[in-house]
Design a protein around this ligand. Structure first.
Ligand code: UDP
Ligand code: MG
Length: 315
């Protein structure tokens, strides 16, 4: 407790969502303790959010929390997803700053001092941007780049491609994010949206220490559609635009058919073109209805105001 009587030490809360990460949690604690031990101006706590893991993650967290007073955990009643786990961590974390990072050591703990330094220099959000290396698979790189381009052009936000959920938030920002209660969480977009003084830090992704990626393709798709549909209504406009375009084209085609009828009496225009235009229009209509349905579904989910997650155990 030396020196703490003069200025109280600032507290850093580190939030880590963990889904089937039994082989990683203890090592992550060790690595964080190692990097933060020279920074004795701060006290810190580690809050794991067990997102309904089916392996020994919860047991590992219980043991860790029992042996280390800096470690706490929440455990969900089932798998609610990475974004919900992050939200739970932000809701429960007490710190002058809250840092979120993945459990698998792909977010290097060695970067923490740099994040803290930038925060001390006045940034309220210090976010990291993944530099693509061979550690990230080619498929993930390509789909993620495509997504960010698409997302930025639809939402009008300007997210960095490779923006990760590895960041430091000042307490003020955490309080702002806690007030967001919408379903279809896309925290990356949300944190960009809240404003505040933001700064980016590039980093190289490490290799996953143990286990395999928990982001299945379906989960990635879900995250991407939540991101786009909760930040933009432009796709609705695109659907009407496509409708106009197709009707315009069919109008032109009708003129052409009439002209053919007068100039070339004995040609019976083929039913192929008819079939094609019917099918094409049908396709566009289904697409637009589907899109409407997506938004309507989200309005339904939103109106239920269900909690983002349910906690079955705390420690
Ligand atoms: N995660 C989670 N719930 C899920 C999927 C993932 O809490 O449903 C956590 C996971 O334990 C990890 C982080 O989210 O700490 C990122 O997941 P992962 O490393 O599998 O994703 P990738 O790095 O492959 O994008
Ligand atoms: Mg990972």
């Amino acid at each position: 407790m030396t020196g703490s009587s003069v200025t109280p030490r600032k507290h850093l809360a580190i939030v880590v969502p963990a889904y089937n990460e039994e082989g990683n949690v203890a090592l992550l604690r060790d690595r964080i303790a190692e990097v933060l031990s020279p920074l004795d101006r701060y006290s810190w706590g580690l809050l794991f959010v067990d997102d309904g893991s089916r392996d020994g993650t919860l047991a590992a967290l219980r043991a860790l929390a029992a042996s280390d007073p800096r470690v706490r955990y929440l455990s969900f009643s089932r798998n609610f997803g990475h974004q919900a786990a992050l939200k739970a961590g932000l809701d429960a974390a007490d710190g002058d700053a809250v840092i979120s990072m993945d459990a698998d050591l792909q977010h290097p703990p060695e970067l923490l001092p740099r994040l803290i330094e930038l925060w001390e220099q006045g940034s309220e959000i210090v976010y990291t941007v993944r530099q693509d290396t061979a550690e990230v698979g080619a498929f993930k790189r390509a789909t993620s780049r495509l997504f960010y381009r698409f997302f930025n052009s639809l939402s009008g936000l300007d997210l960095d491609p490779g923006a990760a959920d590895f960041r430091l938030l000042d307490r003020k920002v955490v309080e702002a994010v806690r007030r967001i209660s919408e379903s279809g969480l896309f925290l990356r977009g949300m944190i960009h949206w809240v404003g505040f003084r933001q700064v980016a830090v590039p980093y190289q992704v490490g290799t996953r220490h143990s286990g395999s990626s928990k982001y299945t393709f379906a989960k990635m798709l879900r995250l991407a559609s939540d991101g786009v549909l909760s930040f933009s209504t432009k796709p609705l406009r695109l659907a009407s635009l496509a409708g106009c375009l197709v009707s315009g084209l069919s109008g032109l085609y009708a003129l052409y058919a009439v002209a053919m009828h007068f100039f070339n009496r004995n040609t019976i225009s083929g039913w192929t073109s008819l079939l094609i235009s019917v099918l094409f229009l049908g396709g566009i209509q289904l697409l637009s209805i589907g899109l409407l349905g997506e938004y309507l579904g989200r309005v339904l989910m939103e109106s239920k105001r269900r909690p983002h997650y349910l906690i079955s155990e705390r420690g």
